[in-house]
Ligand binder design. Structure first.
Ligand code: UDP
Length: 479
């Protein structure tokens, strides 16, 4: 009955830093294709209040859902994964499901045809959509292969019983061979009776109720990963990436950012290594020591955005004790100002865009990977959790990443000498380093081409998606 009226897009990202900017950017892409499109971003008051929104026309509307972390035994101020210890993550994921009645009430009150675009972790919104006559898409801010394998590993638990080290482990994807160490330990250890498994056993079937999947990747870069997702979800799956967060706004003080950029300005082209484990992950204090000593031994200048190590409260301020004695002073005192420790949030997008940045040691969060490769900056991989292990496989296969370590548990030993050697290989004038830079440059090119103009593969996918929404035919193979 409502056909022909312009849809109202409702975006519902998960409450995590890596996810919200990608949804905001998606809103910008949608409004670029449909000027005047109504878009509402739904989240908690605490998160909405902390956002600096891009200037769009009409402005992105905000809708706050009531959320009381304390009701779920979480610290009162905890409104994002970044505020929590890793062992509290599962409680936070479970607690997020309590947003359902309020979300349902909000959707029920919208008069135009609604298209919900939700995070996979909020896939229960597909039931809301069905009940309210709305169309529904899951937007994956991550990559295709990483997500497909991540879901599949959860679906085929337990892996503890599987013998051998290297095996085609996933019945749905027999071509994917995972080594035991390529599965995050908490997934490998999951028996099926643990809270993570229970959570994903709700999430994954809900995802299959969606009408379509949008993925932050490029067809040309991940053809087989996309086929895996299509096979897994059984609905239209559109690669619409790269969806890159805007470089601004920064969370740190502008003065700090200016100091960092000036520091980069003073260094030669491609001479600086940037290190970050993303917005919510940490490594152990012992690993931090080895990393620090490895960086020192490598001789290359670096910028390291230091988050508290495992076991420390993410809200606590920086403590020099996390690093080897005298490390910061030694690094700062070097003639060339060899190492800059950023105490907290770094202006990552600006650092990666800077010509002095030569490589990125990353936890392989998908945003970080895309932000680096769009500038042709090759990677050193140190996946820590979630689907990062599988993302690392993708970038290693692309020839743009050397893995230095995996995981953050005691079992994941890393030696400073290995770090130093890997840094030298990627930063230096080595054959491998040259090849990685060349390939990273080619990927930057493919990423730009995909989202350039209406002819780009990702722009065309998003346009087709919108047409299906407008025809109220998202679920059907409408085009
Ligand atoms: N980020 C940043 N400064 C930091 C740490 C992270 O700007 O000090 C940004 C980074 O640019 C990226 C996002 O936070 O856009 C992290 O997303 P990613 O998917 O890489 O990892 P996650 O944090 O979700 O694990």
């Amino acid at each position: 009955a409502e056909e022909g009226r312009s849809p109202h897009v409702v975006l519902f990202p998960f409450l995590a830093h890596g996810h919200i900017p990608a949804f905001l950017r998606l809103a910008g892409h949608l409004q670029a294709l449909r000027p005047g499109l109504a878009v509402t971003l739904v989240s908690t008051q605490r998160i909405l209040g902390s956002l600096s929104l891009p200037a769009t026309s009409p402005p992105i509307q905000l809708h706050a859902l009531p959320f009381a972390p304390a009701d779920h035994g979480l610290p009162d101020g905890a409104h994002s994964l970044a505020d929590l210890h890793v062992h509290q993550f599962i409680t936070f994921f479970q607690a997020s499901e309590s947003l359902r009645p309020a979300f349902d009430g909000f959707v029920a009150g919208i008069r135009s045809p609604v298209c919900i675009i939700a995070d996979a972790f909020f896939a229960w919104t597909a039931d809301v959509a069905r009940a309210r006559g709305a169309s529904h898409a899951v937007f994956l801010p991550g990559g295709a292969f990483g997500n497909a394998v991540f879901f599949s590993v959860w679906e085929h638990l337990p892996h503890t019983l599987t013998a051998g080290d290297e095996f085609p482990l996933l019945p749905d994807f027999p071509d994917v061979v995972l080594h035991r160490t390529q599965i995050p330990p908490y997934m490998l250890a999951a028996t099926g009776a643990d809270p993570w498994t229970a959570f994903f056993r709700r999430v994954i079937p809900s995802c299959r109720k969606t009408d379509a999947v949008l993925v932050n990747t490029v067809q040309q870069l991940e053809p087989s990963g996309l086929d895996m997702l299509r096979a897994s979800f059984g609905v239209q799956t559109w690669p619409i990436g790269p969806i890159l967060a805007a470089p601004a706004p920064s969370k740190s003080r502008d003065d700090d950012d200016i100091t960092i950029i000036q520091w980069l300005d003073a260094h030669p082209r491609r001479s600086v290594l940037y290190i970050s484990f993303g917005s919510q992950n940490s490594i152990s204090i012992r690993q931090m020591t080895e990393l620090a000593l490895g960086l020192e031994a490598s001789g290359w200048p670096f910028i390291w955005a230091v988050r508290p190590p495992l076991g420390f409260d993410p809200k606590d301020g920086f403590d020099p004790e996390w690093l080897p004695a005298g490390f910061e002073d030694r690094m700062a005192a070097r003639a060339s100002g060899r190492g800059l420790v950023v105490r907290g949030w770094a202006p990552q997008a600006r650092i990666l865009a800077h010509p002095s940045t030569g490589a990125f040691l990353t936890h392989c969060g998908w945003n970080s990977i895309l932000e680096s490769l769009r500038h042709g900056v090759p990677l050193l991989g140190w996946p820590v959790g979630a689907e990062q292990f599988f993302n690392a496989m993708v970038v290693v296969e692309w020839g743009v990443c050397v893995e230095v370590a995996r995981g953050n548990l005691e079992s994941s030993a890393v030696e400073s000498a290995e770090v130093a050697e890997a840094v030298g290989t990627v930063m230096g004038e080595t054959e491998k380093g040259e090849a990685m830079r060349r390939k990273a440059g080619a990927i930057a090119h493919a990423m730009a081409a995909a989202s350039e103009g209406p002819g780009g593969s990702s722009s065309a996918s998003l346009e087709r998606f919108l047409r299906c929404v407008e025809a109220s035919a998202l679920r059907d193979s409408c085009l």
